[in-house]
Design a protein around this ligand. Structure first.
Ligand code: SF4
Ligand code: SF4
Ligand code: FES
Length: 269
């Protein structure tokens, strides 16, 4: 399913019937194209997820969203698994929860003391699933890249979820961000491993909006300040009409977020 383009997927989905299956003991239906995670969210079940973000193609690389499917030997990532008729799925069995918590704990062990955002999704999921202090040794510290005038890069908080990469490549079609190397050496790079400020980045901000941990954030800790007001506006750059929210403090714009307008669907530009 993931190998298809969005248009091809939409065409396939439009011809698929909905399926009925059992989720945490409840009989539920899934619409064509709805993955297990989306059905669980709709039914009110908490399933942690970090690399999955609405609007981006699923990558299935963080493994925080593992669920148990009856009759299957291994757990499945619910963000890129689609229900089949008659399937029985547990999102909160002991085995599924243990896997979810272990992934969160492993990722937490690499997190720095410093906070870069007030909305760290890894912290939020860890708190919801009661993940305590990590037992594992942290990785080697990564230096900050503050070469960009608008965006601070603190890859010590990066979990290699590739949401930024997909946002830059698939949403904005800029393709500045890549994932270099493999295994525990894997890391986010800009162009040919350039400082972000020297890369071909056009500062659209889509990667910042996509990042779940604050590894990419507005420069000068702007995202840590609490805005005293939010102003709804429209981008003045071209005529498309992307809707934006200005986060303002003391009459100065701290940072800008994309709003869910018909032309931009929460994208930054
Ligand atoms: S700000 Fe925009 S162009 Fe620059 S790296 Fe992020 S998504 Fe790509
Ligand atoms: S910089 Fe942020 S969005 Fe990009 S891979 Fe790292 S954690 Fe994910
Ligand atoms: S959210 Fe499913 S693998 Fe990351």
């Amino acid at each position: 399913m993931n190998a298809l383009t969005r248009a091809e997927r939409a065409l396939v989905e439009s011809t698929e019937p909905s399926v009925t299956f059992t989720l945490n003991g409840r009989e539920v239906s899934a619409q064509p194209g709805e993955n297990l995670l989306k059905v669980a969210q709709r039914e009110g079940f908490d399933v942690p997820h970090l690399c999955y973000k609405d609007g981006l193609d699923p990558a299935g690389n963080c493994r925080a969203c593992m669920v148990e499917i009856q009759g299957e030997r291994v757990l499945a990532p619910s963000c890129c698994r689609y229900p089949a008729q008659g399937m029985t799925v547990q999102t909160d069995s002991e085995r599924a929860r243990r896997a979810q918590r272990t992934v969160l704990e492993l990722l937490q062990s690499d997190m720095p003391e410093a906070e870069y955002t007030r909305h760290n999704e890894l912290d939020e999921w860890s708190a919801r699933l009661d993940v305590g202090k990590p037992r594992f040794a942290p990785r080697e510290r990564v230096a900050a890249d503050l070469s960009h005038p608008a965006i601070a890069v603190n890859l010590d908080a990066c979990i290699q979820c590739t949401r930024c990469l997909r946002a830059c490549r698939d949403e904005q079609v800029n393709d500045v961000i890549g994932l270099a190397q493999r295994g525990d050496a894997a890391r986010i790079v800009f162009d040919m491993d350039d400082p972000m400020g020297a890369s071909t980045c056009v500062a659209c901000g889509e990667c910042v909006q996509a990042c779940p941990t604050g590894a990419l954030m507005p420069a000068r800790d702007a995202a840590l300040a609490v805005p005293d007001r939010q102003v709804k506006s429209v981008c003045p750059y071209c005529g498309v009409g992307c809707q934006l929210t200005y986060n303002v403090k003391d009459n100065r714009i701290l940072y800008v977020e994309g709003r869910d307008g018909p032309a931009n669907h929460e994208r930054c530009v």
